[in-house]
Design a protein around this ligand. Sequence first.
Ligand SMILES: NC(=O)c1ccc[n+]([C@@H]2O[C@H](COP(=O)([O-])OP(=O)(O)OC[C@H]3O[C@@H](n4cnc5c(N)ncnc54)[C@H](OP(=O)(O)O)[C@@H]3O)[C@@H](O)[C@H]2O)c1
Length: 340
Amino acid sequence: MNGLAYHLDPARGRNGLEARTQELPEPGPHQVLVKVLAASLNRRDLMLMDGTYPLPATPGIVPLSDGVGEVIALGDKVTRAALGDRVTATYFVHWVDGPQRLAHAAEQYGANHNGMLATYALLEEDSVVHVPEHLTDAEAATLTCAGLVAWAALTTPVPVQPGQTVLTVGSGTVALFAVQHAGMLGARVISVTSTQEKAERFRKLGAEEVIVRAETPDWEQEVAQLTGGDGADHILDTVGMPTLPKSVASGAYNAQLTMIGAMPGPALTEGDGNPFGNSYLSIRRIAVGSRTHFEAMNRAITEHRLRPVIDRTFPFEQAIEAYRYFSEEDPFGKVVVTMS
Ligand SMILES: NC(=O)c1ccc[n+]([C@@H]2O[C@H](COP(=O)([O-])OP(=O)(O)OC[C@H]3O[C@@H](n4cnc5c(N)ncnc54)[C@H](OP(=O)(O)O)[C@@H]3O)[C@@H](O)[C@H]2O)c1
């Protein structure tokens, strides 16, 4: 039975989405065919449209890494999924476990493998991940990118310990998941955001303290005060270079700082040039996570009945409006496209 798929023409920038009839795909021996139930947007999906993502989008690709579907057909060698299962997929088509390699980064759903903004999606068996049962389809469609990178940041290489302080910087969906995950891990959360309105929502999500950066521009000093002078143990900077020096200054002597945000900004050579001072804080950059990380996150989500934050849901026919809303309206939580 034919369906409908959106295709991306990167040469047309933000006008590059077009819906076309989709023929029912036939799974290869190690592939799983799903009927998509819902899909959601990430910052990278706009970067792919704009041509600013490190991996260029293949012209005509079906976009979106994040989505959930019901398995409706299987290749004859498939053992990791069964008909009727509700599954999603990893962001990197072939990163199952162990350290990430450059080859893993080179193959991504929604960039150079067809993604989730379609009636049907063909998934490689190794990338399939079962989703927590208590989540709605819309919620289950939000985990692949923002949910997992926040989880990997907090649990690898040195997991957050109960009672430690986690600082989140920014209020995109990576930061929202980080607040929820840190709560599951028993950490105390301090969040930095831009407005009082967002601050209130962060508190409701579980942040113990929220600093509004417009009112407290020297927020690193406030973090020091809130931690008895020690600084935060784990920092998730979801902004990038503009906030890096203050994130470093907010860290404890031996803290871990994970740089998730990709935003360029004033070079580190501005100011006095050495944001580290005497600290031995480590900075690392990470790229989403492996299938093993994904399955560990889903076990925790199931155990704690965590529910992702959803800002707004659009019907499939309004997927182009979903992109516009996502890029222009400053949503607080995931923007989801549902099929029914
Ligand atoms: N490495 C990975 O695996 C990975 C995975 C997912 C996303 N990412 C990247 O992580 C970043 C965050 O993604 P996201 O989807 O969670 O969020 P997002 O929608 O890109 O929003 C980032 C947030 O940063 C804050 N912000 C923006 N400009 C700022 C500035 N100049 N100074 C201070 N704060 C600023 C804003 O929050 P406030 O209004 O609260 O200040 C904004 O909501 C993006 O760059 C994305 O590409 C990387």
